[in-house]
Ligand binder design. Structure first.
Ligand SMILES: Cc1ncc(COP(=O)(O)O)c(C=O)c1O
Length: 391
């Protein structure tokens, strides 16, 4: 099973996450958002770090080839991915279960498209905002069930889920690890969720894009589909190398769909509208999975350092609560005690650009802060946020 191994100093030192790299002239979505060049952008989920050197080299080799015609998934990539799933999760995935995808947001929409117009989708909030839009994009009803907040830790509320589910509910959309609240659901919670889905005969789309970014050394990621044959047969698991290796702009992800009928329905729902993965996406994914593990370990060590900075800051900042950062590089901060209706707008005036929690269907007063940047930049941002809170 994939456990986040304690890191050695040697691993961390081998890579540089400290250099401030100018992304302003790279058409970065993140860095273009704010007209004011002084604003530190900490909103959309990509990192201000260069990808592993082996990925950059593989892309250069692919570019040098110079022919960019239509491509099929490289057999070496499938082989390497199946080995990885076996090694990390003891999950024996068959090659035909894989569906390669140019991004996972499209897959969220495809899952909703699989339903008939009368059927409904269930999800827990706050949640990554495309979960909220996908059902509407496909003219399907969405039932939103708030997660329960225990102190600063968010968890599934099965009483509320039972009360909300209807006979029309056909799909549950799970985010695990959960963006934005940072949870890695434990085996007991996932087992209860699997039973819930079985009892109500619903399919489950399990978005596990952040599964290789577990920061809490006491936790491990359990792919939902590994919990049993019944849940595997009703699951569509979404994963990608994009968050882990900072490849989001190369659009390469995949679904794992063990059941042939569900897979057929999924493929039917993609037909003619979902494009293909491109040659650069495949080349980057292959290099990341083949050679990127030492870099990933170093990244995790660095992000754990960032998490510690955030925790120290939160502990010394009255009236803010940081949710336990079990996974992801997205901090979920509750500023409600400070009485701010829109803390994101206030922080922007102090030159830090974060997401307003309301886009994830959270109550007013929350923000999501992307801390995948050099520690020096994070420290500057936290100082500015403290000034904003005091001002
Ligand atoms: C839970 C989750 N799913 C999907 C995505 C994006 O997927 P893609 O860029 O592959 O469409 C993100 C990006 O932040 C995410 O957090």
């Amino acid at each position: 099973m994939l456990r986040c191994e304690p890191f050695s100093m040697q691993t961390i030192m081998a890579y540089d996450f400290d250099t401030l790299i100018d992304r302003r002239n790279s058409d970065s979505d993140k860095w273009r958002k704010y007209a004011d060049p002084e604003v530190i952008p900490m909103w959309v989920a990509d990192m201000d770090f260069r990808s592993p050197p082996e990925v950059i080299d593989a892309l250069k080799v692919r570019a040098e080839h110079g022919i960019f015609g239509y491509v099929a998934p490289p057999p070496a990539l499938t082989e390497c991915l199946l080995e990885r799933l076996q090694q990390y999760y003891h999950w024996s995935v068959q090659p035909e279960w894989l569906v390669w995808l140019p991004g996972l947001v499209s897959a969220l929409n495809v899952c909703c498209r699989m339903l008939t117009p009368e059927q409904a989708v269930l999800t827990t909030t706050p949640v990554y905002h495309p979960f909220l839009y996908a059902p509407d994009n496909m003219n399907r009803a969405l039932i939103r069930v708030p997660l329960a907040l225990d102190g600063s830790r968010w968890q599934m509320d099965f009483e509320r889920l039972e009360a909300a589910v209807t006979p029309q509910t056909r799909l549950f959309m799970l985010c695990n690890p959960h963006n934005p609240v940072g949870r890695v659901y434990d085996r007991e919670e996932l087992t209860a969720l699997a039973e819930f889905c079985q009892r109500h005969d619903v399919l489950i789309c399990s978005d596990e894009i952040h599964c290789e970014l577990v920061l809490d050394l006491e936790r491990r990621h359990w792919p939902l589909a590994t919990l049993g044959e019944d849940i595997a047969a009703r699951s569509i698991t979404l994963m990608a190398p994009s968050k882990t290796f900072n490849l989001a702009g190369l659009y390469c992800g995949f679904a794992i769909i063990p059941d042939a009928k569900v897979r057929h329905q999924f493929n039917r729902a993609t037909a003619g509208i979902v494009g293909h993965v491109n040659s650069m996406g495949y080349a980057a994914a292959l290099a990341a999975y083949q050679y990127g593990e030492p870099w990933r370990q170093a990244l995790l060590a660095y992000l754990r350092g960032s998490r510690d900075l955030l925790q120290q800051w939160a502990a010394n900042t009255p009236g803010v609560q940081l949710s336990p950062l079990e996974a992801t590089y997205l901090a979920w901060i509750d500023c409600r005690e400070r009485g701010l209706d829109n803390p994101a707008a206030v922080f922007e005036r102090f030159k830090v650009g974060v997401h307003d929690g309301r886009i994830f269907d959270a109550p007013p007063g929350f923000v999501r802060l992307n801390f995948a940047c050099p520690h020096s930049r994070l420290q500057t941002a936290l100082e500015r946020i403290s000034q904003a809170l005091d001002g």
